[in-house]
Design a protein around this ligand. Structure first.
Ligand code: ADP
Length: 484
């Protein structure tokens, strides 16, 4: 089966969050099931630089007013189609915003172009390729299922995967006339969304199936609090809405071989993590004593609960713990983190920015990872933490609820606990969870049990790859279900 994935990020070429990890990992996860995934991505400079074996599939003279070429090639072991349109994608800032953080004014055009080309490529309108199914990721690819739905009947099946409902790609009604849809597509059954044009809404409405990245989030988004305006639409899709957990790349994230660690280790040698903890402390100028070290690797935003963590830092330090924070985001929260580091020298270390290698060292050296998200579609950092014996302390929402087992008495007795959960998500419950984690840390046997159980948890793509494969087979009717 040939699947065309359409996405604006793919690890390791272009990444702002978990979306990239997933699109980067799915092709390998689906290959064992006989599903060949090729991914269409925008021609960002970094993608074009990395592209080898490049071939021009098609020249498009006027792609929403810009000249473009559709290329195929390989990069980082991934089979790619790249939409090389310098006017749209060769820009100095990030994938969605300029260097000062303002969204590009023509994002509607950039990602309409991506969806339009995706639909045509999948349908076989460019020579040499045709897909059985199109897999659209997030709002940037949301128009691809819509272009398929308003194109020739029964062309190609489509799946819309939403990695985070908070990012919806909503634009003013005035762009509709430039998208090339029939007039009746501007309706509640098509692209229209609260009087404007909704890219994610269109995909959620018009794809043959919808998935999101955890079973709990699939339930939560049908509800007013987490549905962000789309809950009504999602309730109508209940029969075709699936929650499939993300896995992680267990080769790139392997504490037994990770080159970013000062000391590698396995479940049986988890005491060796102390070497990485010492390295982390040295790097952040933290005191060397018997205190537990908490880590944070996160976008510094409201969603991630980072504004709740800020006022809890004093209490964390007061309880005798230490904290290292790696992240970037909201300038107010970044400033607050800097302030906390200078107010608690030797106890709190902060690095603002994106640093892949340091994120590995924190997973391999901190004792516990704090993830106090207000909502979390799946979350990847707690999965890395499980694999690295860095005990996750998480809000009980979305994928965090589905992947961490709270260390309550019953779970401890049964030997199934892997971390600490708290709910509702407030500063008080977060502080309480930190206190519980510290108490557990002071019981070395119980702590080691938590670490080892976490390290043995299956966080690979094996199960989830099978679930995507089943869904794709069911939709295309190409093969029977896999019963293994
Ligand atoms: P989201 O996609 O909502 O940001 P996820 O937990 O799903 O959250 O994925 C975040 C990904 O980005 C993880 O791979 C995490 O390790 C990584 N990450 C987040 N912030 C940083 C940072 N400052 N430096 C390095 N990696 C980061």
């Amino acid at each position: 089966m040939q699947v065309l994935a359409v996405a604006s990020e793919i690890f390791p070429l272009i990444k702002t969050g978990g979306l990239a990890d997933v699109t980067g990992a799915l092709p390998a996860a689906l290959a064992p099931h006989g599903i060949i995934v090729r991914t269409l991505v925008p021609g960002y400079p970094k993608v074009l630089e990395a592209l080898a074996n490049r071939r021009t599939v098609a020249q498009i003279d006027d792609l929403f007013g810009a000249p473009a070429a559709l290329l195929s090639g390989k990069a980082a072991g991934l089979e790619l189609f790249v939409l090389d349109a310098p006017e749209l994608f060769a820009r100095p800032g990030g994938p969605y915003a300029d260097p000062s953080g303002h969204d590009y004014g023509d994002n509607w055009r950039r990602f309409a172009a991506l969806g339009w080309v995706g639909a045509r490529l999948a349908r076989g309108e460019f020579k040499g390729y045709r897909a059985d199914l199109l897999h659209a990721h997030d709002w940037q690819a949301g128009l691809a299922p819509a272009y398929l739905a308003y194109g020739p009947a029964h062309a190609v099946k489509s799946v819309m995967t939403v990695h985070n409902l908070a990012f919806q790609g909503q634009f003013g009604a005035e762009i509709f006339g430039q998208l090339g849809f029939p007039a009746d597509a501007f309706s509640v059954d098509g692209l229209e969304y609260y009087g404007g044009v909704g890219y994610l809404k269109a995909g959620l409405k018009l794809a043959d199936a919808v998935t999101t990245v955890s079973p709990s989030y699939a339930l939560e988004i049908r509800d007013g609090e987490f549905g962000m305006g789309l809950d009504g639409l999602l309730r109508t899709r209940t029969d075709t809405l699936h929650g499939i957990l993300n896995g992680i790349d267990v080769e790139a994230w392997d504490p037994g071989t990770d080159p970013a660690l000062v000391q590698t280790y396995r479940a049986g040698t988890v005491h060796l993590r102390a070497v990485n903890k010492a390295a982390l402390r040295e790097r952040f100028g933290l005191e060397d004593d018997d205190s537990p070290l908490f880590g944070v690797i996160s976008r510094l935003t409201w969603q991630k609960g980072m504004d709740l963590l800020l006022p809890a830092i004093g209490e964390l330090v007061g309880m005798g713990a230490q904290l290292v924070v790696l992240g970037s985001g909201d300038p107010g929260i970044e400033g607050g983190m800097h302030h906390a580091a200078s107010a608690h020298r030797g106890r709190v270390g902060v690095q603002i920015g994106y640093d892949e290698a340091l994120s590995h060292l924190i997973q391999g050296g901190a004792d516990a990872l704090l993830v106090p998200s207000r909502f979390e579609p799946c979350g990847l950092t707690q999965l890395y933490a499980l694999r690295y014996g860095c005990v996750p302390v998480v809000a009980r929402v979305g994928g965090l609820a589905d992947t961490v087992i709270d260390a309550n008495e019953a779970a401890m007795q049964a030997g199934v606990a892997t971390g600490v959960q708290f709910h509702p998500v407030t500063q008080a419950t977060l502080t309480d969870a930190i206190r519980r984690a510290i108490q557990l840390y002071r019981r070395p046997k119980a702590w080691k049990k938590l670490q080892r159980k976490g390290m043995k948890t299956d966080v690979s793509w094996a199960q989830s790859g099978l679930r995507y494969a089943d869904l794709f087979r069911h939709l295309t009717g190409l093969e029977g279900r896999d019963d293994d």
